[in-house]
Design a protein. Sequence first.
Lengths: 111, 113
Amino acid sequence: GQNIDQPTEMTATEGAIVQINCTYQTSGFNGLFWYQQHAGEAPTFLSYNVLDGLEEKGRFSSFLSRSKGYSYLLLKELQMKDSASYLCAVRPATNDYKLSFGAGTTVTVRA
Amino acid sequence: KAGVTQTPRYLIKTRGQQVTLSCSPISGHRSVSWYQQTPGQGLQFLFEYFSETQRNKGNFPGRFSGRQFSNSRSEMNVSTLELGDSALYLCASSLSQGNSPLHFGNGTRLTVT
């Protein structure tokens, strides 16, 4: 089976930095995705990691360590609009286009 | 380019009825996946279609079925509805290659009473 863990909730202040951790134990690994989902809206793609290391995209960065089964999403210079649920998802197999999702981390940004 | 379109946005059904949900993928995307999202279980994979063929199926009962048409549009059907089927049903399309991400529609909110 697939086991993907992430914290349920995090709170941070506007302008601060927040790091959302994700650990996974899956039957295989062919990439890890991060999605953002605002309440009542569709998840939107943020980042993809398949090799170890850091991928930076503006205020958002994502890190992967395959040997540790670990990833994090780093949100810098937090804005109120960053209040949302952040979903970690793993694609277990090479020819398998289904994703296994974590339960999501709700981030609340306070003024 | 238009995004993934799902219809209807909201549905209210009673136990025992059946329902059909529709999804139009992004133009050029041949892979369509369906997910069920509930507060307790998060996003759960239902099935994935590519070129009218079901390539993957999640751990849902046979009451949940789907199909894909030659224009890549997809439908999913749930028969003999149960209260526990109340959820947000999300459709996602992708290019189905390498690191191509899933692009989600806004979902259909199904309430079973």
